[in-house]
Ligand binder design. Structure first.
Ligand code: FES
Length: 277
């Protein structure tokens, strides 16, 4: 059972601005009934100001609440202001969404972008991407964007934000590849000479083992957990969380972030920690 904030419940039970605007100036349609979520957003725009926004959605409580919140957020804003709204802004407006439901806020943001694009008479680049997840019709460009915008660190998080990978699971290897490639590319873009140390793989492994032994393992062992180094592949550090850490699914993302932070401080600030078996 998901934990919803009072604001999510309120917008779900009393959704604002439900319906369709006749002769809308901009219409955005995203998702599909076959995929379980669909949203149509229509906008009335006068002199670049969004004077009315209506939605129709087929989806869960979070999808309805996110769509309702979105319409409240954009009414009265200029188109330029509205297009700066992110999916995180929609989730924040609602006091947060369960992580498994973040894709609902993404759907809202995509509908807004589609409606604004329709108003401007342009074709969104997402339509040009290659479909990676056939179950939910999600393209590589959508996945890369979600990874970058929300700093996604695992295939599970990609599924939470885009739904990709949440059906038959056939696309999960490809999602993993896109995740690695996107982070690797971002790293080469942000690497600054003063932040990058030249280390051989053996030196890197030695420093990582030292950091694990000196600080990280003792901290995890206090709570009955442990960590093993499985492999080092370039900047990717594959670890296995053991004991209490291995069985506590909820805290694994936080633990990975903790280990990554420590390794970046003590070894190399471009390292990425991933969990292996
Ligand atoms: S193809 Fe992605 S979950 Fe089925």
């Amino acid at each position: 059972m998901w934990e919803y904030t009072d604001k999510v419940k309120e917008h779900f039970l009393n959704p604002r601005n439900v319906g369709t605007i006749e002769n809308a100036d901009g219409t955005g349609e995203v998702g599909s009934l076959a995929c379980g979520d669909a949203l149509t957003l229509t906008l009335k725009i006068d002199d670049e100001v969004i004077t009315d926004a209506r939605f129709k959605t087929f989806g869960c409580a979070s999808a309805i609440a996110s769509s309702s919140a979105l319409t409240e957020m954009i009414k009265g804003k200029t188109v330029a202001e509205a297009e700066k709204i992110t999916n995180e802004d929609i989730a924040d407006f609602l006091g947060g969404l369960p992580k498994e439901k973040m894709h609902c806020s993404v759907m809202g943001r995509e509908a807004l972008e589609a409606a604004i694009a329709n108003y401007r008479g342009v074709v969104l680049p997402m339509a040009e991407g290659e479909v990676v997840c056939e179950c939910f019709g999600v393209t590589d460009l959508e996945i890369i964007r979600a990874i970058k915008e929300s700093n996604l660190r695992s295939v599970e998080e990609i599924t939470n934000f885009t739904k990709a990978g949440g059906g038959c699971g056939k696309c999960q290897d490809r999602l993993e590849e896109i995740l690695r490639a996107t982070h690797a590319k971002s790293l080469t873009q942000i690497k600054a000479p003063e932040k990058t140390r030249r280390l051989t793989n053996i030196q890197k492994i030695k420093l990582i083992e030292d950091a694990l032994e000196r600080e990280i393992r003792p901290a995890l062992r206090k709570d009955g957990g442990d960590i093993e180094l499985v492999d080092v592949d370039g900047d990717f550090v594959i670890v296995s969380l053991r004991g209490a850490c291995g069985s506590c699914k909820k805290s694994q993302t936080t633990l990975k972030e903790y280990v990554e932070k420590k390794l970046r401080e003590q070894v190399l600030d471009t390292l990425i920690v991933e969990e292996g078996k």
